[in-house]
Ligand binder design. Sequence first.
Ligand code: NAD
Length: 489
Amino acid sequence: MALLAGGKSALYIDGKLSDGGAGTFATLNPATEEVLGVAADADATDMDRAIAAARSAFDDTDWSRNTELRVRCVRQLREAMQQHIEELRELTISEVGAPRMLTSMAQLEGPVNDLAFAADTAESYPWRQDLGQAAPMGIPTKRTIAREAVGVVGAITPWNFPHQINLAKLGPALAAGNTVVLKPAPDTPWCAAVLGELIAEHTDFPPGVVNIVTSSDHGVGALLAKDPRVDMVSFTGSTATGRSVMSDGAATIKRVFLELGGKSAFVVLDDADLGAAAGVAGFSVCMHAGQGCAITTRLVVPRSRYDEAVAIAAATMGGIRAGDPTNPKTICGPLISARQRDRVQGYLDSAVAEGGTFACGGGRPEGRDVGFFIEPTLIAGLGNEAKVSREEIFGPVLTVIAHDGDDDAVRIANDSPYGLSGTVYGADPDRAAGVAARIRAGTINVNGGVWYSADAPFGGYKQSGNGREMGVAGFEEYLETKLVATAAN
Ligand code: NAD
């Protein structure tokens, strides 16, 4: 089967591929601005059908209790994606603007492989735990803790790592026994719609267990948070939207699991190898044009070595060209849309207005009039109070901030509404670990360690979200806890 035949994708509701009530909307290649094709545009009636199908699949079938079926279906989806991996790779490069190099990692192959972790966890999970016999209030009682699926999950996802985020929700939610309605970002509808095609063609998922609802209208996603038939919303996106989802979910006291934005710090201690640290910081902010929530975007360096750090990071970033994502050597592709490019440019303008300077970059690359590109940009001369130091830019932009010792570096790292991730570089491992322990963030890299992996929980402190995705903790987000008390006499 060729995916997306005819340049058009469908909704997937109650086991059937269908058109959208609002017609279609275009999906673009952000590197060329060409229209790739169209996606089915769901309206409120389509979302209502999808929620009803998910509710009925949860309430009226044995899906939530049939672990063997669930494990088989998740493994079938993984296998189907692996069989189509080259088609999916080209789709990811063209629709997301993801550099080809990254599709062998978190942009595609990593999350497809990681579906195995969700299936394996469901297979080996201790679904029932004996709490032993006791006599509360004098009544002899056997107690069992049962873990059960939450119910109908509404998954709302962004465009920057669509496979990673769609699968890090679908895999554990389904393996844990929930049914799901997935509402992907309007910028990357095809990366989600292909899942509907693959599930329909290659898997035994019963109708209604997985529903994929693409829409150009953010309001269609908001219906998931408001609907009383939905038990839980699993959301990844900006903090502003997360706030709205949380407030919409309040009316029905839904479980609301949020993975939100970040403004993570890369702290360099005064005993660190500055050349290595500043180079890594400059390189990492260019990956996927900086469109990663956990990318470190504040480089916090000893004041006495500030100019040196700026020169090293600028040399690294200046050598990286924003370019064609189909080229296997590219690490910095386009931004997703003209809107995002203009938003990033607005932040660069604000840096100048506040007295900052560009050690490299500063705008659109010369000679690239087509595609939503921004040059890797290093901002110097500003403190942690500047707008570019406080707000998430979501572009290849790094701000260098001076610190006056370890305590001050920790203070700066934590002086942010966000708490998603962070990095510490230092020659003395105990000292570096001590600084890392004081940074309030969900993941920390010390001297180049990698926190991303299927078994490692990922998520944010403060306004970067609540709950954890991936790992056993990410599986348990989708479970309820029931205590069964049986009279023992
Ligand atoms: P966004 O918040 O604009 O949109 C995310 C999703 O929410 C989309 O599907 C969108 O259609 C939907 N949406 C928009 N308004 C809604 C509403 N009122 N109710 C319900 N759904 C609504 O985010 P984006 O621009 O697509 O993605 C970029 C953001 O995502 C960045 O802030 C980034 O940090 C964040 N992000 C976080 C993580 C993480 O794990 N913490 C991972 C990737 C991206």
